[in-house]
Write a protein that binds this ligand. Structure first.
Ligand SMILES: NC(=O)C1=CN([C@@H]2O[C@H](COP(=O)(O)OP(=O)(O)OC[C@H]3O[C@@H](n4cnc5c(N)ncnc54)[C@H](OP(=O)(O)O)[C@@H]3O)[C@@H](O)[C@H]2O)[C@@H](O)CC1
Ligand SMILES: Nc1ncnc2c1ncn2[C@@H]1O[C@H](COP(=O)(O)OP(=O)(O)O)[C@@H](O)[C@H]1O
Ligand SMILES: [K+]
Length: 518
């Protein structure tokens, strides 16, 4: 086993973008570790990670860029050659033009150096992408773009090619996950100290391959000095907050979730949400319905209770019940005056609420209700709903979710392949591991129900939203094919159970921070 690789449980650490990564490096230098030492550790760790693959000593091509990411590349080449691996090195700029630590790293390489051309990647079986890391600041120029396209073409033609991206696949923006022109499609990415937002955000997420984050000797406490506010959504953030049932448990200790049921022609969405809320642990769940839809709810729901309300006054009376800990409105509700009236009653009540689907569309056109939002209201828009709710907010997905939370005062769940949770006090989390099988009808209703069911249980809005999003994805990942929304409440509940029963399944989030590579 290669000595000295210390894999970091990256989901337990914050995500640092380009600027914060640079600050961290400078803090480490102030503590006495030089940039060259960090680079030497980084390069050595990547080299050793490469030696872990199953076919030893295959020819390796190292592509070096103009900055410190390229500097890592020169170290990797030197380390692999010292271990007896055949290595070719190709540089994007004349090596004599390198500066600082990259120049010092280049000086350690004593073998020949090629100039990068579009033909360079041909015939390579292992490629190390050390072109650009977190310092990428514009679209790739034609010379860089053509070698990147050459690497991707080679991988497409020869799927067994291994492509190791150093820090982040070149061309992926570390802060946003955007592709700057074109980007390396890596089979593996080896990053340093923390994961970067661009490892989790699409489209860059698709270029990342398997992600390892390695320790390069920077004290983890230095990360906290940066007061980071952005995290990977993982049980490390919220797992310990979820209440467990014990011998003294009573259903009333786990909250009473009230789901506003849709009219007779659209009951499915609120029924899915109600089942999800109950499965994920709410003590009691009730659906409030007009008498006209009662037969449908009563005949299809068993453990979920039904409550009849045929007028605004009757709804108001129900909402005044202080035992109700959270209310969900939106799934199947209809974009109607009745939904607006009920929404207003819910928002005028001081407690917790989750607003989804039609409630969001109603809110978008009811500016007088905006002032009633607060941090214990969770909004769960997909992109279309988000644009209707916050038409003037621009920026990356993270920036938009954060601005919306700040502006509205509510907790935002911006749904998508990389769902973002953001709170008005500035914390946010990215779920970068959701399976695309979730792109099927009704999964959003289940998510709203999961968040509601967790929120009912004396958990904060941020924790409930993050846990709901994570368990939703983890539940979906249990199905290899044919997932439909009805499957999800049970699977998400099983995923919740496994958090405690079988921690090894969640190795990336459950292991200690410095987990030696075994
Ligand atoms: N600092 C440390 O201690 C440690 C850092 N580490 C490593 O350093 C990496 C960050 O290094 P970095 O800051 O030098 O940035 P990097 O990603 O190499 O790119 C900057 C260079 O690329 C250029 N350039 C940018 N965009 C371009 C484009 N589109 N097309 C063409 N050129 C472009 C840019 O040019 P300029 O903007 O100056 O014209 C500059 O020359 C980090 O990801 C990690 O791998 C590790 O060793 C751990 C310790
Ligand atoms: N390609 C994808 N990969 C991962 N998750 C996805 C993808 N597409 C959609 N989802 C998730 O599926 C759910 C869909 O919700 P929504 O858009 O409200 O659909 P619906 O109204 O049909 O329930 C959201 O949780 C979203 O994050
Ligand atoms: K790279």
């Amino acid at each position: 086993m290669a000595p000295g690789i210390r894999l970091v449980a990256w989901a337990k650490r914050p995500l640092l973008g380009a600027r914060q990564s640079g600050l961290l490096d400078r803090q480490a230098e102030a503590e006495g570790i030089s940039g060259l030492e960090l680079m030497a550790s980084a390069g050595a760790a990547v080299a050793r990670r490469i030696t872990l693959h199953d076919k030893p000593a295959e020819p390796v091509l190292v592509l070096c860029g103009p900055g410190n990411n390229g500097g890592d590349g020169w170290i990797i080449a030197t380390e692999l050659a010292a271990l007896g691996w055949p290595v070719r090195v190709a540089s994007l700029i004349p090596p004599a033009n390198l500066k600082g630590d990259a120049a010092a790293a280049r000086a350690r390489w004593t073998g020949p150096v090629e100039a990068i051309t579009p033909e360079t990647p041909k015939n390579a079986s292992i490629i190390v992408d050390a072109l650009f890391g977190v310092g990428l600041n514009r679209a790739l120029d034609p010379a860089a773009a053509s070698v990147v396209d050459g690497v991707n073409q080679l991988r497409a033609n020869r799927p067994k090619t291994l492509v190791y991206a150093v820090d982040i696949p070149s061309g992926v923006d570390a802060d946003t996950g955007d592709i700057r022109g074109t980007a390396i499609k890596a089979t593996h990415t080896v990053s340093f100290v923390t994961a970067k937002p661009g490892h989790l955000l699409y489209p860059g997420r698709s270029n990342r391959g398997h992600l390892d984050v390695v320790d390069i000797g920077i004290d983890a406490q230095l990360i906290d000095r940066l007061t980071p506010r952005l995290f990977a959504n993982s049980p490390a953030l919220w797992g310990s907050s979820l209440p467990e049932r014990g011998p003294d448990s009573h259903k009333y200790k786990f909250g009473h979730a009230l789901i506003v049921g849709g009219p007779a022609k659209s009951t499915g969405a609120s029924r899915l949400a109600a089942i999800a809320a109950l499965r994920i642990g709410a003590g009691l769940v009730s659906v409030v319905t007009a008498s006209s839809a009662l037969p449908i709810y009563a005949s299809t729901l068993t453990s979920v209770m039904t409550k009849i309300a045929d007028s605004k006054e009757e709804i108001e009376e129900l909402l005044n019940d202080e035992r109700i800990t959270v209310i969900l409105i939106g799934p199947g509700a209809g974009i109607t005056k009745a939904t607006e009236d009920t929404l207003e009653l819910i928002l005028r009540r001081p407690g917790k609420a989750v607003l989804d689907a039609d409630a969001l569309s109603v809110l978008a056109n009811a500016s007088h209700l905006r002032a009633l939002l607060h941090a214990n209201v969770v909004l769960t828009p997909h992109e279309g709903e988000f644009k209707r709710l916050f038409p003037s907010i621009r920026g990356t997905r993270i920036e938009r979710a954060e601005s919306a939370a700040r502006e509205s005062g509510a907790t935002i769940v911006l749904k998508g392949a990389d769902t973002i949770v953001a709170t008005p006090d500035g914390r946010s989390a990215i779920m970068g591991e959701a399976p695309p099988s979730l792109a099927t009808a009704g999964t959003g209703d289940v998510l709203a129900g999961l968040i509601t069911g967790i929120f009912a249980q004396n958990v904060t809005a941020f924790e409930a939203a993050c846990a709901g999003v994570w368990l939703h994805a983890e539940g979906a990942a249990m199905h290899t094919s044919g997932l439909i929304a009805e499957d999800l409440p049970r699977s998400a509940a099983l995923a919740r159970g496994r958090l405690h029963v079988s921690p090894s399944r969640h190795a990336a989030v459950m292991l200690p921070i410095h987990q030696p590579c075994a």
